[in-house]
Design a protein around this ligand. Structure first.
Ligand code: ADP
Ligand code: MG
Length: 567
C-alpha cells in the first residue's frame, strides 16, 4: 500500500471532517500542508497576517457552523494567530488552528522559532494538543473539529512538529476516522419551560432579546414564529441583528434603552449578560427584572443575575416554548401600555436620527453617511463593521434582514477583524450560485490594523466593498489645517493628540495600488455614485474613503458607555 505524508494526513483528515476553507500564511515547515489541503479539495486563502487569517477562519465557523482552518508557521506565526484564537473563543465561534513547530528531535535545544506552542494556546482555546505520531493525526484533528463545535463552540489548536510534515507512513498503519456528526441537541427541562411560560404570562412589560447564539444556532425560522405567535417585542444584540429582520413590526431596537430599563421579564435567547447587555443590572435594567435564559452552556446560567435556566439548544427550546404557547392559546396583547410606550419612543428616536441624517453641511457627519449608505445597500448584503463610532452608529442605521449577515468587533471588541471577516464571507459567497454582496464599513483606525489584506482581496478577485468612514483618528481626529499648525509648533511626538491619525489619509489609494477601485468621497453625491459603481462591479474590490467631519460624534445618549452600577 502507498505511503502517505504527514501533510497529506492533515489535509485528508480536515477534509473528512468537512473543513472546507483554510486561511494562513505559509513558510517552513508548513508549505506542504497548504499544498496538500488544496490537493484534497480544501480552498486555501493566503493572507498577509496570521491574525487576519485566524479572524477569517473563525468567521467561516460562525457563518457555516463548521470551523475554518487557520494554518500558521512556528513561533511568531502562531503567536500572531493567538489574537484570532482569543477573539474566536470569546465570541464562541469554532475555529481550528494548525501550527507548525520545531522538529521533535530539537525540542528544548533552541531550535528555529521554538516556543511552547501547545501551552501558549491553552489560554486561548478549548483544546490544544500535539499528535505524537503520524498515525495519531486523523483522530487528533477529529477531536479538534468536534471540540470546536460541540458544547459551547470555540477555538482548538493542533501542533504539528516540523519533521512530521514530510515524514511518511504506510497507509495501512493509519486507522481511518469518520466525520464527526453535527453537535447533539438537548431539550430544556420541562418544569423550567413551564416556569418560563408562567413568568411570561404574568409579565406586564416583557421583552425578548435575541443574541448571536440564536444566529449561530440557526434558530431564525422558529424564533420568528415564536415572536409572531406570542406577540412579544424583541431586541437584537449587535450580531443578533437579522435573525428576525430589523424592520419587523415587533422589533424595538430603536427604543433599546427604554425596553431594557422597563422590562419586567426578559427572555434571553443566546446572549450573555456581559457588557454588551450592561450585565443585566441597574441602572440599565430594572432591579427586579426576571431573566429567563436560553443557552447551551450551563456555566453561563445566572451570571450576574439569577435566572430561570432553559438549558439546551435554542431551536429545540423555542419549539418547546411554541408548543406551550399554542396549547394555552396565549398571546401578549398588542394594545398594552408597554407597546404604546415603546412605539412612542421608536418614533421620537427616528425623528432625531432623521434630522442628523438629512443635514447637508460639509464635511458630512456619521448620520448623513449612514443614511445614504442604507439607501443603496441590497437587503441581502453581508455587513461587516468595526470602529468605535462607525460601528455604534452604523448598527443603528444599517438594517439587517437576514441572519448571520452582520459581523462586527463582537464580544471582545476587537478592532482589525473586518477585512479578515469580509474575506471569509466573500470566499463563501464566491462558491454560491448567486453571490451576495459583502460590505465592510470601517473606521479609519480599524482599517489600519489589517489594511494590507486589501492585497488578498485583489489577489483572489473578492468583490468586497470597503467603506472607510474617515474622521482622521481614533474616536476623533484633527482637520488637515489644525494638523499643519501643530506640526509647526514642535515635535509631533510630544504634542499630537494620541487619538489622531494622518488627516485626509488616502486609504483609497491603498486599494488602487493593487488593482481595485478606489474613491475619495467628500459629498453625499460622490458617496452615491461611488457606491453605485462599486456595487455594480463583481470582478474586483472597491474602497470608498469617505472624509467626514473629524468632530462628528454620536447623538446624545441617555447613558454613558459601559455604565455599571458599582463603578
Ligand atoms: P451576543 O454577543 O449576541 O450578546 P453572546 O456571544 O454573548 O451573544 O452569547 C451567545 C451565547 O449563545 C453563548 O452563551 C453561547 O453559549 C450560546 N449559544 C451558542 N449556540 C447556541 C445554541 N445552538 N443553543 C443555545 N445557546 C447557544
Ligand atoms: Mg476614526
Amino acid at each position: 500500500m502507498a505511503e502517505v505524508t504527514g501533510a497529506e494526513l492533515i489535509a485528508e483528515a480536515l477534509k473528512t471532517q468537512k473543513v472546507e476553507y483554510m486561511f494562513g500564511i505559509v513558510g517552513v515547515p508548513i508549505i506542504e500542508v497548504a499544498m496538500a489541503a488544496q490537493a484534497a479539495g480544501i480552498k486555501y486563502v493566503g493572507m498577509r497576517n496570521e491574525q487576519a487569517a485566524c479572524y477569517a477562519a473563525s468567521a467561516i465557523g460562525y457563518l457555516t457552523g463548521r470551523p475554518g482552518a487557520c494554518l500558521v508557521v512556528s513561533g511568531p506565526g502562531l503567536i500572531h494567530a493567538l489574537g484570532g484564537m482569543a477573539n474566536a473563543n470569546v465570541n464562541c465561534w469554532p475555529v481550528v488552528v494548525i501550527g507548525g513547530s520545531s522538529d521533535r528531535n530539537q525540542e528544548t535545544t533552541g531550535a528555529f522559532q521554538e516556543f511552547p506552542q501547545v501551552e501558549a494556546c491553552r489560554l486561548y482555546s478549548k483544546f490544544s494538543a500535539r499528535p505524537s505520531s503520524l498515525e495519531a493525526i486523523p483522530s487528533v484533528i477529529e477531536k479538534a473539529v468536534r471540540t470546536s463545535i460541540y458544547g459551547r463552540p470555540g477555538a482548538c489548536y493542533v501542533d504539528i512538529a516540523g519533521d512530521m510534515v514530510n515524514a511518511k507512513v504506510n497507509r495501512s498503519k493509519v486507522k481511518g476516522v469518520s466525520c464527526c456528526p453535527p453537535p447533539p441537541v438537548s431539550l430544556a427541562d420541562h418544569s423550567a419551560v413551564t416556569e418560563a411560560i408562567c413568568a411570561l404570562k404574568a409579565a406586564k412589560t416583557p421583552l425578548v432579546i435575541i443574541g448571536k447564539g440564536a444566529a449561530y444556532g440557526r434558530a431564525e425560522a422558529l424564533l420568528r414564529q415564536f415572536v409572531e405567535i406570542s406577540g412579544l417585542p424583541f431586541l437584537p444584540t449587535p450580531m443578533g441583528k437579522g435573525v428576525i429582520p430589523d424592520d419587523h413590526p415587533n422589533c424595538v431596537a430603536a427604543a433599546r434603552s427604554r425596553a431594557l430599563l422597563q422590562a419586567d421579564v426578559v427572555l434571553l435567547f443566546g446572549a450573555r449578560l456581559n457588557w454588551i447587555l450592561h450585565f443585566g443590572l441597574p441602572p440599565r435594567f430594572n432591579p427586579n427584572v426576571k431573566i429567563i435564559q436560553v443557552d447551551l452552556c450551563a456555566e453561563e446560567m445566572s451570571n450576574n443575575v439569577k435566572s430561570v435556566a432553559l438549558l439546551g439548544d435554542i431551536g429545540a427550546i423555542v419549539t418547546q416554548l411554541l408548543t406551550c404557547v399554542r396549547e394555552h392559546g396565549w398571546k401578549y396583547p398588542s394594545n398594552t401600555e408597554w407597546w404604546g410606550s415603546l412605539k412612542e419612543k421608536i418614533a421620537a428616536n427616528a425623528e432625531i436620527s432623521k434630522g442628523l441624517a438629512l443635514n447637508t453641511t460639509l464635511p458630512m457627519n456619521y448620520y448623513t453617511v449612514f443614511h445614504h449608505i442604507s439607501q443603496q445597500l441590497p437587503h441581502d448584503c453581508i455587513i461587516v463593521s468595526e470602529g468605535a463610532n462607525t460601528m455604534d452608529i452604523g448598527r443603528t442605521m444599517l438594517n439587517n434582514y437576514l441572519p448571520r449577515h452582520r459581523l462586527d468587533a463582537g464580544t471582545f471588541g476587537t478592532m482589525g477583524v473586518g477585512l479578515g471577516f469580509a474575506i471569509a464571507a466573500a470566499a463563501v459567497e464566491k462558491s454560491r450560485d448567486k453571490s451576495r454582496r459583502v460590505v465592510c464599513v470601517e473606521g479609519d483606525s480599524a482599517f489600519g490594523f489589517s489594511g494590507m489584506e486589501v492585497e488578498t482581496m485583489c489577489r483572489y478577485n473578492l468583490p468586497v466593498v470597503i467603506i472607510v468612514v474617515n474622521n482622521n483618528g481614533i474616536y476623533s481626529g484633527l482637520d488637515p489645517e489644525a494638523w499643519k499648525e501643530m506640526a509647526k509648533m514642535g515635535d509631533l511626538t510630544s504634542i499630537a493628540p494620541p487619538v489622531s491619525l494622518l488627516p485626509d489619509a488616502r486609504y483609497d489609494q491603498v486599494m488602487t495600488a493593487f488593482g481595485g477601485q478606489g474613491f475619495l468621497v467628500r459629498t453625499a453625491e460622490e458617496l452615491k455614485s461611488a457606491l453605485e459603481l462599486s456595487l455594480s462591479d463583481w470582478d474586483r474590490p472597491s474602497l470608498l474613503n469617505v472624509l467626514i467631519d473629524p468632530s462628528s460624534d454620536r447623538k446624545q445618549q441617555d447613558f454613558p458607555w459601559l455604565t455599571r452600577s458599582n463603578l
